[in-house]
Structures are given as structure tokens and as C-alpha cells.
Design a protein around this ligand. Sequence first.
Ligand code: GKR
Ligand code: MG
Length: 407
Amino acid sequence: MRIVAAVVTPVAFPDPPLLNSAGVHEPWALRTIVELDCGDGLVGLGETFGDAPHLDQVRRAAAALVGADPFDLAAVRRAVGGDRAPRADGQDPVARVFAPFEVACLDIQARAAGQPVHALLGGKVRDRVEFCAYLFYKWAAHPGGDPDGFGAALDPDGLVAQARLFVDRHGFGSIKLKGGVFEPAAEVEAIQALRAAFPDHPLRLDPNCAWTTGTSAKVAAATADLLEYLEDPTPGIEGMAEVARAARMPLATNMCVVRTGHLRPAFTQGAVGVVLADHHYWGGLRACADLAAVCRAWGVGVSMHSNSHLGISLAAMVQLGAALPELTYAADTHTPWQDGVDVVTAPLSIVDGAVAVPDSPGLGVELDRDRLGRLHEHYERCGIRVRDDTAYMRTVDPSFRKLRPRW
Ligand code: GKR
Ligand code: MG
């Protein structure tokens, strides 16, 4: 079997004004959709980031893949990365570009075998993959735009209302708050309000490195009995290790452990108790399974990270989550924020806080060409080529600076 065509399509979809420590989400989020065609109707799907420099690399890699065997992932990786091997510091320069092609090849392999992708990852260890309600402080509307239907959330009441909306819609059984937006004391109050409104939901707070180690330790003390984990309170492995020594809850990260070379220093220093796997960053589904196995060996927990994404990524996360024994936390997802907009015909749905693991061949989703076309038109027209939350925030508040830490 050979790849006869590799198609790369950049897309854009509406995104609400979600606030974070870097600024605010722009009106359009970007993604790149990958299709690997093996002829006879056998097509594998992948999804990755949409920023222009990454898109260029993905396009170049796609061109190099025509003629490759989708079962030979080592050869696919070589075709994508040339001779760029992982570096001595554990950074794999090819991981992010390889990831969507790895997923697409696994989709092809699984479809050819008449099996779900999770069967290629060792088989499913669960029938449902749990996700958390991912709350954001947000404005009611983009500047000059119409209200988006999610409402404003700029204080504890607004966040509780947002959590209620998401829990009512999707039955989420745990809640994450994206912090790093307001004074830490205000965010502690928000967590207290969420705890009062949802006494049985595990809670997490993620300020994306907005705090010094001292502030982080204070927040950790104030939320000691409230959080299942505190995510990336402060920058760097050393800083996280310092906070971890003071904190009663585990610290989680998708920021200070992002490549293999970070695992040993982070784990030996006790900097993190939970690593958020993300196949888009780590180089695919099998790389995340390897990561999870290393975490297990070190007694470190595994959760899953997300960025604004569409249904191919969700399906890949579900296939991975189904097969990972180490995944003991509800995964992050931005899916509810996309409000049904997608590139697949029947997006996997989150019901009772989880996605039922599909057992149909492949990833379990099919590309919808009309939807893909519409989202590509949005891309052509939206004018955004690189995500820049900080620049967008500065159009509203010219004095805004991205500071990590800020408090
Ligand atoms: O969507 O603004 C966002 C998030 O802050 C995202 O960019 C982060 O990568 O969700 C992510 C996280 O957990 O840090
Ligand atoms: Mg995070």
C-alpha cells in the first residue's frame, strides 16, 4: 500500500474571546487538516496547529510523503523529518510535524484492518473517555462584535453560570478553570465559588505560569483542599519544584515538561505530579503512550492537554485516551467552545462528561467536504495567519504585556 496523495488544508473557525495570561483569543482559531489518500477510497485523517510557519512545514512534509507506505511509520517519520534526529537535549524537531501524519497513517492502518485505532495502540482499557468542563474568563463579545451566546464571565458568578451551562449541556464531572487573568485572590474566590456550586466536582486551576513561586505557594495553600491539581502556576522546572515542595496538591504541567529531555529533571526534582500529554506536541499517539509509560514508572499521573481544536483531534484524543491505562484524570478539551462547528460529518459527542469510544474502523470520524470547504474559505478571508492573543489584547488595552510571571 502507498500514499498516492497528501492534501493539507488550513481552516479557520469562530472562537469566543477567551482570556488567558497571554491575552485573549482572536475571533478566528486556526487549524490544519491533513488527508493521506491511499487510493480505492482509503483516506486517513490528521489535524494539527494552523500557524503559518507550522503550516509551511506540514505542507513540505506532505509533499515528501507521496509514495510512502503508511504502515512503515519509521519511513514516514524519515520522509517528514529528513535526517533531523532527536537532539541531545531530548528535543525532537520533527515531533509536531510528524504528529498529524502519524495519526493519519494510524487511521489508514486501522481502516485497512477494519479495526478502531485504539486496537493499534494495544486495545481499549475503557469504553468512555472522560473530559472536563474547561472554563475561561471571557468577554460577552469580541470588540465590535455580537454577543456569542456563552455570556460574559468576569467574576465568580459568571464562571459558575458558565460551569452550569457546560455541565447541563455535556454532563461534565470535573471542572478546570483557566486562570492567570485576574489577581490571584480573585481566582481563589472563583475556585471557592465553584466548589460551593459543585461540591462533588474535582476542580483544577491553570494560570499558565502567571505567578511567582511565592504567589503560587500562597494560592496552593489557599486552595489546598479544593483542587485535584494545580497546573503550571509558575515558569520552569526549578520554580515548579519549589512550589511543589510547599503545595499539598500535585502540580500538573503542559508547559515545563514538553519534551523527553524534561522528564528526568522534572521527575528527579519532584516538580510535577501530573503530566498533560498532548499528541500534537509530543509526536503522535504512540509517543504519548511512551510518555505515559515513563510517567507510570516514575509514579507520575497522566492527564491530557488541549488547544482550540476540531473533531479529528477530538477523535484522536479519544482513541488515545481509550488505550492509555495511565490516564486517570478527565482530559481537557476546547470542544464546547466550538459550538458544533466542525470538519467531520458526525463529531463525537460529550455525554455525561465523556465520549463513548468508537469501535468503528479508524479514528471513528469522517471528513465532511462541504464543512471543510467552508472553514477553508473562512481561513482565506479571516486574515489571521498566526495565533497572537497578546497582540489582539493590545488592540483593546495598548498597555497590556504578556508577563510570566505577572503576580
Ligand atoms: O486556549 O487559551 C487557551 C489555553 O490557554 C491554551 O492555549 C493552553 O495551551 O489549554 C492550554 C493549557 O492548558 O495550558
Ligand atoms: Mg495548561
